[in-house]
Write a protein that binds this ligand. Structure first.
Ligand code: NCD
Ligand code: ZN
Length: 346
């Protein structure tokens, strides 16, 4: 008899859907399995105001496949001009679930992000007051800091001082990639959680660079050495409710990835649940998968977990996925974990 695993329907606490043709092509890959997702605001131009978020939410809802039950949870892109009153009103109306902090220049479409943290103090204080979470891209951008150290340095130089200066601010460290990130979350007894991506549980920096450069494994924050991947695996599979899934599924066309200056981002929406089931089984933690994908995130965001269940079945022979998703902008390569997958959503 084949093995099955039933979970509450998962949510994705960090997702890039883009807009237009790309949105229409990638959205079904997420709505097939996920009930809700925190939608990243790094469009061009970014989603900075309640008005922008409302219009973007409408475009996502219009692109939703017929009959699916999927709720986009909107975020605002924090800039040095963000108005605390606009943020508070967007939160009070139920429109936005979080505000996203990109240090200026840290990643794709982050040029409008924050340079001077004193300029966003008022917004952060308002968010602490109303309990609205801040999702943080945790990397410093200083040219002299090595790219593999940027997360650890950010924790010391930026995140810890900001949290100390803003008591009660609820923070999600997004897509953590280091043991330093794991340790920092574990050392805090309140107001701090972290998302972990699918791909950072699978690849380390060797996968990107050994035997030829693999553009589809390049994302930001960049994957670190193996000891960090193992720390992420241990955190994700530990059952600790402060860690939850945020795929950071980030579609870019092959033309933009396979280039002399390739874009950062791994597209994992399609096969994430198969990969996670594989990883959790490998670590003897299948019984903790539901916490990571379906319970810990809603608990952090103060939402009820999804009522609908989804069943994964383990097959005897490998299950296959398309190598690429076709979009009107060009093909998008689906993340290849590098090993056969046997679990699939039934
Ligand atoms: C993201 C993107 O493409 O928008 N890329 C990535 O490598 N993760 C931006 C981000 O989340 O850093
Ligand atoms: Zn992202």
């Amino acid at each position: 008899m084949s093995q099955t695993l039933t979970l509450r329907r998962p949510d994705d606490w960090h997702l890039h859907l883009r807009d237009g043709a790309m949105l229409r092509a990638v959205l079904p890959e997420t709505t097939r399995h996920f009930g809700r997702a925190i939608i990243m605001p790094n469009l061009v131009p970014p989603v900075v105001s309640a008005c922008d978020a409302l219009a973007y939410r409408d475009r996502i809802i219009a692109a939703r496949p017929e009959g699916v039950d999927f709720t986009p949870l909107m975020t605002l892109y924090l800039t040095e001009q963000t108005d605390p009153a606009d943020v508070a009103a967007a939160h009070a109306s139920g429109l936005v679930s979080a505000v996203k902090l990109y240090p200026a220049g840290a990643t794709t479409n982050s040029a409008s992000g924050v340079r001077d943290f004193d300029k966003v103090r008022g917004v952060l204080e308002k968010m602490a007051e109303i309990g609205l979470p801040l999702c943080v891209h945790g990397e410093v951008t200083d040219a002299e800091v090595d790219i593999f150290d940027r997360e650890a340095v950010f924790i010391d130089r930026v995140l810890d001082p900001v949290r100390r200066a803003t008591p009660g601010l609820r923070v999600v460290m997004e897509h953590i990639t280091t043991a330093n990130g794991v340790d920092y979350v574990k050392a805090s007894d309140r107001d701090l959680g972290a998302t972990i991506t699918t791909h950072h549980l699978i690849i380390n920096r060797n996968h990107i660079l050994v035997g030829g450069i693999k553009p589809h494994y390049y994302c930001l924050p960049v994957a670190k050495r193996e000891s960090h991947r193992l720390a992420l695996r241990a955190a994700a599979t530990s059952g600790d409710a402060r860690f939850f899934l945020g795929t950071d599924s980030a579609p870019h066309t092959d033309a933009l990835k396979e280039s002399a200056c390739g874009c950062a981002g791994c597209f994992t929406a399609t096969n994430t649940l198969s990969i996670l089931a594989h990883a959790f089984e490998e670590d003897g933690a299948l019984d903790r998968l539901e916490g990571f994908t379906s319970l810990n995130g809603p608990a952090f965001y103060g939402l009820a977990p999804n009522e609908v269940r989804l069943t994964l079945t383990k097959h005897d022979t490998p299950v296959t996925y398309p190598d690429k998703i076709d979009t009107d902008d060009g093909p998008v390569t689906v993340f290849d974990p590098g090993f056969p997958l046997f679990w699939r959503v039934s």
